[in-house]
Design a protein around this ligand. Structure first.
Ligand code: AMP
Ligand code: GLY
Length: 424
């Protein structure tokens, strides 16, 4: 099969690394990819949001199967366009991708189908939103409805912060059309876990759970990021809890989407809060998480390509996947300044030495190759990923590799998986 992976992050590097190893894959392309992905795939200089360009390339190159990494092209309808062109695609239709593209859509689904999630109301009127926050008080959570690359959520610990978030979105136009409607919801307290499953429209094949680290600083301090590290499995997700999450959250959502005429295919990523009263849905994403995808691909023993194809073909019921009993852990190395402003173009050395640490694979998230050097060209730049007998060993190996990487313009959190290793 000739396979195209769309995207350029650590997620897409991990996907290319796993798909490229499949005996089914005879040619692998990545659009646009990065310097690390270039080792696994032929890079194609087409951006992930250039839907027409991607479809034209897939037709011209007789691509048999497309795996779409990021959410924005899915929400914009890339999977629909590819399927209309007769090209098999892993990823949901635009109608099903509303689960990520509109927080209000997902909250309404939860409401109609009795899926546990924080109480909420939708607002497009500034005065009504302000009155609601004044009546409810803090803490309270203000969310832009649409896609904002993770920047649209304000967990407001004070009424003032909540009102400022409302002003920015509804008066200041901070998120453009994505923020002309807000979801304002109750604050949930608990541990956060990401749960992943392949879905073919009706059958659900659970993958595994992972834990992400969203704040930029050690001890979960500082601003939110796309994710500074991850590990899997996570002790918080017991088999009993996984059953409960499947029965009360994932299965009802998949049934609801089918009943609404927008069956979901692809990978469903449920962001969960483990509260005192049980798991609650925080958000749905319609693609793999990054860095979570890196730890999942590291632990996956089966070939993922036939499973992705089965999800696209509606035959997941014949599938089973094998997982390594080992633990995997990713430390994200980012450009100093991220998630704020950061410099671009700094050189990274020592990657081969670091990759030689036992159990370690280095996924690239934002790099380019120039004159034989690897340059950082984004915020999150590398995902240093390690397998180990347990989380402690995976963590020791990942940090041993991090310490061999010579990149003065980069930084990482030093406490990935601390919560799983040290009793609170
Ligand atoms: P989301 O994009 O909806 O996942 O929100 C981003 C982050 O904000 C989540 O990962 C949580 O850490 C936090 N968050 C979102 N909703 C809530 C909530 N209702 N209560 C507490 N924290 C939340
Ligand atoms: N790591 C969180 C995300 O991919 O959305």
């Amino acid at each position: 099969m000739r396979v195209l992976v769309v995207g350029s992050g650590g997620r897409e590097h991990a996907l290319c690394w796993a798909i490229g190893a499949s005996p089914l894959c005879t040619a692998l392309f990545a659009a646009p990819g990065n310097a690390g992905i270039a080792r696994e795939a032929t890079l194609v200089p087409i951006e992930a949001d250039d839907l027409d360009g991607l479809v034209a390339f897939a037709r011209r190159e007789r691509i048999d199967f497309v795996v779409v990494g990021p959410e924005a092209p899915l929400v914009a309808g890339l999977a629909d366009q590819l399927r209309a062109a007769g090209i098999k695609t892993f990823g949901p239709s635009a109608a099903a991708a509303r689960l990520e593209g509109s927080k209000a859509f997902t909250k309404d689904i939860c409401d109609r189908y009795g899926i546990p999630t924080a109480g909420y109301r939708r607002f497009s009127d500034h005065g009504e939103a302000v009155a609601h926050v004044r009546a409810q008080g803090a803490p309270i959570v203000v969310k832009a409805d649409g896609l904002t690359a993770g920047k649209g959520v304000t967990v407001a610990m004070t009424e003032r912060d909540a009102l400022a978030a409302i002003d920015e979105a509804l008066l200041g136009g901070r998120f453009g059309a994505a923020g002309t409607e807000l979801v304002i919801e109750d604050y949930l307290e608990g541990e956060e876990v990401s749960f992943f499953a392949l879905v073919d429209g009706k059958t659900i094949l659970p993958l595994a759970a992972a834990q992400d680290h969203k704040r930029v600083g050690d001890g979960d301090t500082g601003p939110n990021t796309g994710g500074m590290g991850a590990y899997s499995p996570t002790p918080a997700m017991t088999p009993a809890l996984e059953q409960e999450v499947m029965a009360r959250i994932v299965e009802p959502i998949v049934r609801a989407m089918a009943a609404e005429g927008s069956p979901f295919t692809g990978v469903l990523y449920a962001g969960l809060m483990l509260t005192k009263t049980g798991p609650q849905l925080v958000e749905i994403n319609v693609r793999f998480g990054d860095p979570e995808c890196q730890v999942l691909m590291a632990r996956l023993r089966s070939d993922p390509l036939p499973a992705f194809i089965a999800a696209a073909d509606g035959v997941l019921d014949r599938f089973d996947l094998r997982w390594s009993p080992e633990a995997a852990l990713t430390v994200v190395m980012a450009s100093k300044g991220y998630p704020g402003a950061y410099g671009k173009g700094s050189a990274i050395a020592g990657l081969d030495r670091a990759a030689a640490v036992p159990g370690v694979t280095i996924f690239h998230a934002a790099t380019k190759a120039e004159a034989g050097r690897v340059l950082a060209v984004g915020g999150r730049v590398l995902g240093v990923t390690a397998l180990g007998a347990d989380i402690a060993e995976a963590r020791a190996r990942a940090y041993a590799a991090v310490d061999l990487i010579d990149w003065p313009a980069g930084f990482c959190r030093r406490d990935i998986a601390a919560g799983a290793l040290e009793p609170r």
